[in-house]
Design a binder for this molecule. Structure first.
Ligand code: ADP
Ligand code: MG
Length: 209
């Protein structure tokens, strides 16, 4: 993995992808949540983008931790504390890792595990984890098979997209949508959608380096 100068253009690409899909994400969270997910995420991303000069001076471990602490203190919502904890855990895991495919998989998996623990949730509960966990499984299996970069990145996008779509017909058992019972069915989870958009941007940006 290249140095952290990769981060500023990546953060900008993520911001513009979320802005381009703002109306749709907002509608998703209005349908089965309280509508603020996209605002929370954009607030967090803006705070992270302000750190650009600082992030490029840091190694991966410190940069990921800084991003996590910033998301925790600025984003708000359930998603803010969950994503914040994901990045702090990824930062801790990155301390002991070379960021090759094996290392990136270990770091990402540590992040997903921390969301599972903090949110007391797992796959199948109509949350961001329905995007994040399939991508973790895809990375783990591609690592075992020593897959090439193009395959890894394309599998990330497929897993994220299928995972996001899988939330549509689920009942929610965690988060605000869990109060709706059957009425939550038929709507994609907003956090699953933003996670998928972000992971697809990351895969596209990684394909350029
Ligand atoms: P809030 O629900 O507090 O308004 P947001 O709207 O920012 O926060 O985020 C909502 C998203 O957070 C949901 O769409 C879902 O993906 C995710 N989420 C909520 N609760 C959990 C949980 N316990 N575990 C994992 N993800 C969760
Ligand atoms: Mg909300």
């Amino acid at each position: 993995m290249t140095d952290t100068s990769f981060l500023p253009p990546l953060i900008a690409a993520i911001q513009s992808e979320i802005i381009n899909n703002e109306a749709e994400i907002s509608a998703l969270d209005r349908a089965i949540g309280d509508g603020d997910h996209v605002t929370n995420l954009l607030r967090g991303l803006e705070a992270v983008a302000k750190l650009n000069d600082e992030l490029v001076q840091l190694d991966w471990s410190a940069a990921l931790m800084k991003i996590g602490m910033t998301l925790m203190s600025t984003m708000g919502g359930a998603s803010g504390s969950l994503l914040g904890s994901m990045f702090v855990s990824m930062g801790k895991a990155a301390k002991e890792q070379e960021l090759d495919l094996n290392g990136m998989t270990a770091v990402y998996s540590a992040g997903v595990e921390s969301i599972k623990a903090r949110g007391k949730a797992d796959i199948g509960e109509k949350t961001m984890l329905d995007t994040l966990i399939p991508v973790m499984q895809s990375l783990q299996s591609d690592t075992e098979q020593n897959a090439d970069k193009t395959t890894v990145l394309s599998n990330i996008k497929t897993a994220a997209t299928q995972g996001m779509q899988s939330t549509k017909d689920m009942l929610a058992t965690k988060g605000r949508a869990s109060f709706l019972g059957e009425r939550a069915r038929g709507h994609i989870d907003a956090g699953a959608r933003t996670s998928q958009l972000i992971l697809c941007v990351i895969a596209d940006e990684l394909s350029k380096i």
